[in-house]
Design a binder for this molecule. Structure first.
Ligand code: GL2
Length: 806
C-alpha cells in the first residue's frame, strides 16, 4: 500500500484536474479536500472488493451490527492512518504548501448519533476491521445529523446539521441493492392452496430502502468492511400515490432526522417506522446475500450470520427475521424461532427506565401490523412455555406485551441467545436488579463486555505531541498494540520522561486555549488546571454538581480574596436533547455563571468557565488531549459505562469519579493512588432507595456551605436566571434531589481540594498522568470486539487473508 510522496502529489493534482478541471494553485480548500478524499478512497477500493469477495468465497461467518446511531466523526485522517498514508500525505501536502490538519477541518463530522452509544458503534466498526474480523454495520443515513448547538443569551439553540450539503466523499450509493419495506395498512392471514396460513397485505405503504455503503478501513491489514446506511425513497410503483408535495415530504422525512422528538404522537410514529425501516431493509439484504452468494440452506443461517441488536432500537430484528423465515422461506415457527435465537444477540446500554423502549400496542399494530402479529405470537408462546417452569408473576413480569405496551428489551432478550452489559458494574446490576427476572429465567444468556475505544484515533490521531514522546520512550509497537503502553510504567520515576509528557500536554493545552479564545473570546492560561466534563447534558451525569462546586469556589474567593489555589479552567461540552427542559436550564445556568465569574476582577483568573458550543467528535478530539482532570461524576449505578473516561485517561488526564460504570475498572487499572474517587457507592444509592431516608432539605438546613451555594441560584448572585435558578433550587430542595448531588457534595469538594494540592506538585501529578496513559491500553475496543467475536458472534479473524495480502 506504500505510496511515494511524489506519486501522491501527482495523483492529487491529477484528481483535481479530472474532478474540477483545475490546477492546484487555483483550487479551494474544499476542492482539494474532495480530491484528496477521492484519492484515498481509490487506494482502498480494491481491498474493499477483495475483502467482500474473500468473505463470500471462504463462506466466512459475518456479524451485522445493527445500530440506529453511528458517530464516526471525520474520517480523512483515520483512513489515512489505517492505510499507512498519514505521514506521506502530511509531507506531500506540506511540500505543496498545504497543512493537512487545516484541510481535514473541511470535512463535516458524520454525526449520525447522539453520544456514547453511537460513538461506541463507530469505535467497533474501526476495531472490527482492524482486527480483520468479518463484520458490517447497518443503520440509517439521516439527511441531517445531530443538531448544531449555538448559545444565544446563554440558552441552547438548535440548528440543522446539513452534513450532506457538499456531498459525502466516502459513501457509495448502491441502487441495485435497494429493497422494499412494507408499513401500515392491514394484514390478515389467509389459507393457501397447500393449506398454509399466509399473510395478506391491504393498503400498505411501500418504502424503497436504498443503501449507501462506506468502507470501514482496517489498520494496515488490507481489510475493508462495510457500513451500510439506508435512505428512504419512493418506489416507481408507488409514484402515483405520492403526487402531493406534502405526501412526498412526509415519506422522505422518515430518514431525514436522527431521533425526532418523541414527545408527541407524530414523532413516535416516525421513530417506530425508522426502526422497522432499517431493520427490515438490513435483514432482507442479508438474506438476499445469503441465498445468492453463500448458497447454503436457509436452515444453516446461524452458521454464517450473526446479527447484533445494539440497544433496543433494532429489537424488531427478532420479529422481522421470523417474518422472513416463516412467511417467505416457509420454515415452521419452531425452526424459525430456533434459528432466530441463534442469530441474534443484544447489548443493553442503560438502566435508565426512560431509555428502555416501550411502544403502545395500538401504535405498533397500526404502524407495523405484521410485526405486531408476530410479536403477539412470540409472547403467547413464551408465556405458554414459561408457565410450566416458573411462577406466574415472574412470567407475567417478563412477557413482551404487558399493560398495553410492547417491551422492546424483553423482546430482545427473549429472541436472542446473549444479553450483555457494557461494564462490569453495569452487567452486575442488570443481573441483580434491572433484568433480574430474566436472569432467573435465562442465567446463561447474561454476560459482560466492557466498552472500549478506538485507541488509534484517540491517541495517535488526536495527540501527536504525546505520541511522539511515547515513540521516543517505549518504541512504536504501542501504535499497533496498545497493550504495549504498559511499557511506560518503567518510566514512572524518570524525570526526563515526565517532563517531556508535561511539555506535550502543555502544547495541547495551548492549542485548546487558542481555540477557546477564537471561538468564545475567553482568555485562559495553559498553566491552569484544565478540568473537563464532556458528555451529553443529563441530570444523572450531574454537570450541576460540577457547577455547585464552582460556585462554592467563587464564593470562597469572594470571601477571601487572597485564597491560594491553583488556577482552574472548567471546560464543559454538552448538548441537551431539544425537548429536555431541565437539561437546558442547567446549560443556561452554567453559561450565566460563566459570564459572572469570568468577568469578575476579584477572581483574578483563578477560575474560568468555558462552555464550548456544539460538542461533537471533532471537538472532543481537540479537548481530550488538553485535559488534566476528567470529570466522571454521575450518580453511582446510573452511567452504564462511559467512554470519554477511557479517552481522557489515555491522554493522561486524572479521573475524578464516582464508582460508576467503567470508572470502577479504571480505578482497578490505575490503582487508588492515581484516581480521585468520591461519593456514594451504588449499594448506598440502592439503600437510600429502599429506606427512603434521604432528605436534601435537611442537608440544606444543616450545611451552611450547601445553603450558600444553593441560595446563589435564587438570590440574584448569578444574574439572569430568575426562573432557571428557581427551577434548579426546587429540583434539589422541593423535589428532594433525585440524583443525590447534595449528599455527594462534601466528598466531591474534598476530592477537588486534593486535586488542587496534587497539581501543585508537578512531578507527583505527572507520575499519576503517566500511570494513566500506561494503563489506558486495556480499554481498547480491539480487545472488546475480540471478546464479542469469540464469546457471542462466533466469528473468526482473517489471519490467513492478512498474511496472504499484507
Ligand atoms: C450509553 C450509556 O449511557 C453510556 O454509559 C455508555 O458508555 C454508552 C455505550 O455503551 O451507551 N447508552 C445510551 O443510550 N447512550 C450512551 O451513551 N446514549
Amino acid at each position: 500500500m506504500a505510496l511515494d510522496k511524489e506519486v501522491f502529489k501527482e495523483e492529487l493534482k491529477q484528481r483535481l484536474r479530472e474532478n474540477y478541471a483545475m490546477e492546484l494553485e487555483d483550487a479551494s480548500k474544499q476542492e482539494i479536500f474532495y480530491a484528496l478524499g477521492a484519492l484515498v478512497k481509490a487506494r482502498y477500493s480494491d481491498a474493499w472488493r477483495d475483502t467482500w469477495k474473500y468473505y463470500v468465497d471462504k463462506h466466512k461467518k459475518q456479524v451485522y451490527y445493527f445500530s440506529i446511531e453511528f458517530l464516526p466523526g471525520r474520517m480523512l485522517k483515520s483512513n489515512l492512518l489505517n492505510l499507512g498514508l498519514l505521514d506521506t500525505a502530511r509531507e506531500a501536502l506540506t511540500d505543496l504548501g498545504i497543512e493537512l490538519d487545516s484541510l481535514a477541518e473541511v470535512e463535516k463530522d458524520m454525526a449520525l448519533g447522539n453520544g456514547g452509544l453511537g460513538r461506541l458503534a463507530s469505535c467497533f466498526m474501526d476495531s472490527i476491521a482492524s482486527c480483520g474480523l468479518p463484520g458490517n454495520g447497518n443503520g440509517i443515513r439521516y439527511d441531517y445529523g445531530l443538531f448544531k448547538q449555538r448559545f444565544v443569551d446563554g440558552y441552547q439553540v438548535e440548528l440543522p446539521d446539513e452534513w450532506l450539503q457538499s456531498g459525502n466523499i466516502w459513501e457509495i450509493r448502491r441502487e441495485s441493492k435497494a429493497v422494499d419495506v412494507r408499513v401500515g395498512g392491514r394484514v390478515y392471514l389467509a389459507e393457501t392452496i397447500e393449506g398454509k396460513l399466509k399473510p395478506v397485505y391491504e393498503n400498505e405503504r411501500i418504502l424503497r430502502a436504498v443503501p449507501y455503503d462506506t468502507g470501514m478501513v482496517g489498520y494496515e491489514n488490507n481489510v475493508v468492511n462495510t457500513l451500510r446506511l439506508w435512505s428512504v425513497e419512493i418506489p416507481d410503483s408507488e409514484e402515483d400515490k405520492y403526487q402531493s408535495i406534502q405526501g412526498r415530504r412526509e415519506l422522505e422525512d422518515l430518514t431525514a432526522v436522527l431521533y425526532p422528538d418523541d414527545s408527541n404522537e407524530h414523532g413516535r410514529l416516525i421513530r417506530l417506522t425508522q426502526e422497522y425501516f432499517f431493520v427490515s431493509a438490513g435483514i432482507q439484504s442479508i438474506i438476499r446475500h445469503y441465498k445468492k452468494r453463500v448458497q447454503k440452506p436457509i436452515s444453516n443461517l446461524s452458521e454464517y450470520i450473526s446479527i447484533h441488536i445494539n440497544d433496543t432500537h433494532p429489537a424488531l430484528c427478532v420479529p422481522e427475521m421470523m417474518r422472513i423465515l416463516v412467511d417467505e422461506e416457509d420454515l415452521s415457527w419452531e425452526q424459525a424461532w430456533d434459528i432466530t435465537g441463534k442469530v441474534m444477540s443484544y447489548t443493553n446500554h442503560t438502566i435508565m427506565a426512560e431509555a428502555l423502549e416501550k411502544w403502545s400496542i395500538d401504535l405498533m399494530r397500526r404502524t407495523l401490523p405484521r410485526m405486531y402479529q408476530i410479536i403477539e405470537e412470540i409472547d403467547a408462546r413464551y408465556v405458554q412455555t414459561m408457565r410450566e417452569l416458573h411462577p406466574h408473576d415472574l412470567v407475567e413480569r417478563t412477557r413482551i406485551i404487558r399493560n398495553g405496551q410492547v417491551h422492546m428489551a424483553h423482546l430482545s432478550i427473549i429472541g436472542s441467545h446473549s444479553t450483555n452489559g457494557v461494564a462490569k458494574l453495569h452487567s452486575d446490576l442488570l443481573k441483580s436488579v434491572v433484568l433480574h427476572d430474566f436472569y432467573i429465567i435465562y442465567p446463561d444468556r447474561f454476560n459482560n463486555k466492557t466498552n472500549g475505544i478506538a485507541q488509534r484515533r484517540w491517541s495517535q490521531i488526536v495527540n501527536e505531541p504525546m505520541s511522539n514522546v511515547l515513540d521516543e520512550t517505549i518504541g512504536k509497537t504501542w501504535r499497533k498494540d496498545s497493550g504495549d503502553l504498559k511499557l511506560l510504567m518503567n518510566y514512572q520515576s524518570d524525570q526526563a520522561v515526565l517532563e517531556k509528557l508535561a511539555e506535550a500536554k502543555k502544547i495541547n493545552k495551548q492549542v485548546l486555549a487558542d481555540y477557546i479564545l477564537e471561538t468564545t473570546e475567553i482568555e485562559v492560561s495553559a498553566d491552569a488546571i484544565f478540568d473537563v466534563q464532556i458528555k451529553r447534558l443529563h441530570a444523572y451525569k450531574r454537570q450541576l454538581l460540577n457547577l455547585l462546586h464552582i460556585i462554592k469556589l467563587y464564593q470562597d474567593i469572594k470571601e477571601n480574596p487572597d485564597l491560594d489555589m491553583q488556577k482552574r479552567v472548567f471546560i464543559f461540552g454538552a448538548k441537551a436533547a431539544p425537548s429536555y427542559h431541565y437539561a437546558k436550564v442547567i446549560i443556561k445556568c452554567i453559561n450565566e455563571a460563566a459570564n459572572l465569574i469570568n468577568n469578575d476582577s476579584d477572581i483574578k483568573d483563578r477560575i474560568k468557565i468555558v462552555f464550548l458550543p456544539n460538542y461533537n467528535v471533532s471537538l472532543a478530539e481537540k479537548i481530550i488531549p488538553a485535559a488534566d482532570v476528567s470529570e466522571q461524576i454521575s450518580l453511582a449505578s446510573k452511567e452504564a459505562s462511559g467512554t470519554s473516561n477511557m479517552k481522557l485517561m489515555l491522554n493522561g488526564a486524572i479521573t475524578l469519579a464516582t464508582l460508576d460504570g467503567a470508572n470502577v475498572e479504571i480505578r482497578d487499572a490505575v490503582g487508588d493512588d492515581n484516581i480521585y474517587i468520591f461519593g456514594l457507592t451504588e449499594k448506598e444509592v440502592y439503600e437510600y432507595y429502599e429506606n427512603q431516608e434521604y432528605s436534601a432539605h435537611q442537608l440544606y438546613d444543616e450545611n451552611p456551605i450547601i445553603r450558600r451555594v444553593l441560595n446563589a441560584f435564587i438570590d440574584g448572585t448569578i444574574p439572569n436566571i430568575v426562573y432557571e435558578g428557581r427551577e434548579i433550587f426546587d429540583s434539589l430542595i422541593k423535589y428532594n434531589d433525585e440524583y443525590f448531588l447534595l449528599r455527594d457534595f462534601d466528598s466531591y469538594v474534598k476530592a477537588q481540594e486534593e486535586i488542587d494540592k496534587a497539581y501543585g506538585d508537578q512531578i507527583f501529578w505527572q507520575k499519576m498522568s503517566l500511570i494513566n496513559i500506561a494503563n489506558g491500553g486495556r480499554f481498547s475496543s480491539d480487545e472488546t470486539v475480540r471478546r464479542y467475536a469469540e464469546d457471542i458472534w462466533k466469528i473468526e479473524p482473517k489471519d490467513s487473508f492478512v498474511t496472504e495480502k499484507g
